[in-house]
Ligand binder design. Sequence first.
Ligand code: AMP
Length: 193
Amino acid sequence: MRLILLGPPGAGKGTQSQRLIAKYGVVQLSTGDMLRSAVAAGTPVGVRAKAIIDRGELMPDDIMIELIADRLSDADTASGFVLDGFPRTVGQAEALDELLDGKHLALDAVIEITVDDAVLEGRIATRAQESGGARGDDTLETLKRRLAVYHAQTEPVAAYYRSREMLKTVDGMGTMDQVGEAIDTLLSARTEA
Ligand code: AMP
């Protein structure tokens, strides 16, 4: 199973990825997690990423594409993966298509989780409180920037997959379990088709 989870910050991509990992035995490829590890390790990419993440902006496409290309060459991705946080621009989506074509692999589905901006602001405020500010970008100010970036740069990625008839949308306003069930239903409909 090879999936992309699309959705704004706070939509629950990380949580739903965890569910899918447990259910399908695939690996989660979270570019946000990869960058946070690079920041913690102080690598050149990490040093560059820190300021960009804290501002709520996006890392350059070429760096992100290289990160994902490297990761997709690891053996543990052979049985499938859930991409969480990538692609975030149409350029990244095009590069991913090329990368997968080169490996003769296809995506099974692209799932967009939609949530209203006002609800996301509430969720991020809670996440910031619960994590004790562990994520420097979990502030209302950065969230607003991240949402603006999402609307401008990542919503066109949803349109990109919609025009290829690959996009499935689930309502992300319900509970974690409700959203998880909606994703399961969608994936089983696809498997039976
Ligand atoms: P996330 O954990 O997915 O919300 O990502 C946290 C931050 O990492 C984002 O706000 C961006 O600054 C950066 N980032 C993660 N994935 C990407 C990507 N695919 N392209 C550009 N920047 C990214």
